[in-house]
Design a protein around this ligand. Structure first.
Ligand code: 5GP
Length: 175
């Protein structure tokens, strides 16, 4: 059984749902009449993706990008590796890159540079969580769900050693 006494709820499922609805409306308002290509960064963004795309009215395409940056621990290795690339071209597309959390910014900076050379019409970033206090590289996060303090969080897609992704809320992991 999961050691739930190590978890302190930070953002409830209700607050997440309300904020995701706002973000979806905002993303559509910023891309009127366009098909939006949502590029989800695996695995951590899968629940955010599922809720966010249902909150964006109109035409949406979904692509997946596999990235490994944290190798199962609670601090960044700094290295970014693409483990699964996009299936389709994004040339001329209005792209929204969907991430679970921006911490040092190294992952997003790398992905932005990688996608920019493929000729998209635009690339905007949506992140469920933002930990600005730990930033090493400035990245433009256009849509932020919640800004959080520098604590290690799990739940709603985010893991610790592959556990806790299924929690419907975001919690601070207390070692
Ligand atoms: P960055 O490259 O911005 O430092 O880190 C981005 C990635 O690190 C995220 O996509 C996520 O996988 C991982 N990460 C950063 N902070 C946390 C955290 O508090 N909890 C979890 N579970 N992963 C995190």
């Amino acid at each position: 059984m999961t050691m739930s006494h190590n978890l302190r709820e930070l953002i409830s499922a209700e607050r997440i749902a309300a904020r995701v609805a706002e973000l979806g409306a905002q993303i559509r308002a910023d891309h009127p009449d366009q098909t939006i290509t949502v590029v989800a960064v695996l695995k951590g963004s899968f629940l955010f993706l599922a809720d966010l795309v249902r909150a964006i009215p109109g035409d949406v395409r979904i692509e997946f990008l596999g990235v490994a940056s944290y190798h199962g621990g609670t601090s960044s290795s700094g290295a970014v590796q693409i483990t699964q690339d996009l299936r389709g071209s994004i040339e001329g597309h209005s792209v929204v890159l969907v991430e679970d959390i921006v911490d040092t910014g190294l992952t997003m900076d790398y992905l932005l540079r990688t996608l920019a050379v493929r000729g998209p019409r635009s690339v905007r970033i949506a992140s469920l969580l933002d930990k600005p206090s730990n930033r090493e590289i400035d990245v433009p996060v256009d849509y932020v769900g919640f800004t959080i303090p520098d604590e290690f969080v799990v739940g709603y897609g985010l893991d610790l050693g592959e556990l806790y992704r299924n929690l419907p809320y975001v919690a601070v992991y207390v070692p």
